[in-house]
Ligand binder design. Sequence first.
Ligand code: FAD
Ligand code: SF4
Length: 519
Amino acid sequence: MTAPVLVPILGDQLSRSISSLADRTPADTIVLMMEVAEETTYVRHHKAKIALVLSAMRHFAAALREAGWKVDYVTLDDPANTGSFTGEVQRAMARHAPRGVQVTEPGEWRLARIFDKWRKDLGVRVRVLPDTRFVCPLPDFFQWAAARRELRMEWFYRDMRRKTGLLMEGDKPAGGRWNFDPENRGGPESGLTPPAPPRFEPDGLTRDVLDLVSDRFGNHFGTLDNFNWPVTAEEADRAVAAFLSERLPLFGRYQDAMVAGQDSMFHALLSPALNLGLIDPVELCRRAEAEWREGRAPIEAVEGFIRQVIGWREYIRGMYWLDMPGMAEANALDATRPLPDFWWTGETRMRCLSEAVRTTRDNAYAHHIQRLMVLGNFALLAGIRPQEVADWFLAVYADAYQWVELPNVAGMALHADGGRLASKPYAASGAYIDRMSDYCGTCAFKVKVKTGPDACPFNALYWHFLARNEKRLAGNARLFQPYANWRRMGADRQAEYLASAEAFLATLMPAKPGWAREA
Ligand code: FAD
Ligand code: SF4
């Protein structure tokens, strides 16, 4: 009998179409799945994120076994578990004496370096295959980037539309336009009640995992009380169907709106399942397109959604691999303030921020505008160190993997990449949050007051941010107007804004060490 090939499958590679299995047969393959401590604690993930990944892994292993594959599964509480991928692959090699190792490339830079070491150290042939679950292979992205001075998402997105044929009429965009964003700016309307997301009752496997996580990771951020993520491809399919029929039609219109207590609005809630591999992104977009073609959803909603998936998601991944490892250290605006304590405790009088931290703690989820225009905007204006912000975002969300989290934090939210990803910083005063949310009416601060102890802190922080970055940002054509306004303001008013911002910043308590990483 020939020796088998060992196929390690990582926690975010839970797709039946994964490239590492594509040319294998069950007869001479051992699938290796490993729950390792290193991955659960390199940042101290939200309890629900750990539970989601472990439960989805256990369900995936069961489905593979049912389909006839031999799966060697190492649980977290196995006393022999070494706690690292390399240790577990070495132990599995001793058990199975494989003739080779075959694996799909990982989603993170850190793991790619570990795979490089396997090639040198394991003593058998190690094949690392491309991850084919994305529309744009990485070499194509690098080629696209090499041919351009400015790497704008919109141009990349159009190429992805042409490549997939999604929302295309021949070589023209369906509906006559590539982008329907101007129609997608609806603010919150009173009485808006988005449909509740579907329920996924935990089965026995999930209940075991929830017990394990609460025993072992009880001191991590977040709660398991509301755990409701799909953990199998079948459940993810049900989540997709519910989104398409119940929330997609209004997804575009209320994409940027925030309403207290409405944690998901009309968003898809599909990123955790997409990033685990339980949903195929192109198939998801084809189903969304059918909703428009068959008259059930308007083009602005469907185009807006497809742009997020084959535009932003793919572009973000490409930028991650293009700019790593430098992206992890980037700090173009020299932001050095420590992360405030309230990002973990939620204890702040700023209603928008307390609400964003609350939904994050309760659900391991906050929607895009809460992440970008409340949390990200605050971190940008207050000048918080990008690496601390990135650790927080990586730790707290169920969908967080560095390939997608870091470019969003360092590039989109914090401009720490010097503008490679976004042509101008997403900086906004309280007026934006007031327009797009119902938070300000019940906030201890007053959004219309510009300076002083009662003023919305975003107002003075906005000018403080522009003033302290004037040398770096004043040349940006898209910031011409704000800088013109700043200069017109006069020295006394400027000084009032700066003093007000400084007084607020002095009240921020740095987070205690140990929340995101072991102290
Ligand atoms: P919807 O709003 O319904 O969007 C549909 C899908 O589009 C999402 O499921 C997601 O797969 C994709 N998408 C939309 N925007 C982006 C984007 N900017 N980047 C990548 N994919 C996108 N997304 C993650 O998956 N993991 C992260 O760790 C993550 N961290 C973020 C950090 C910051 C600071 C910001 C501003 C955004 C971050 N995002 C991240 C992107 C986005 O906020 C989430 O994908 C989205 O909120 C997920 O919820 P949803 O499925 O309801 O998305
Ligand atoms: Fe946030 Fe300012 Fe509105 Fe309060 S007033 S909710 S701090 S934007």
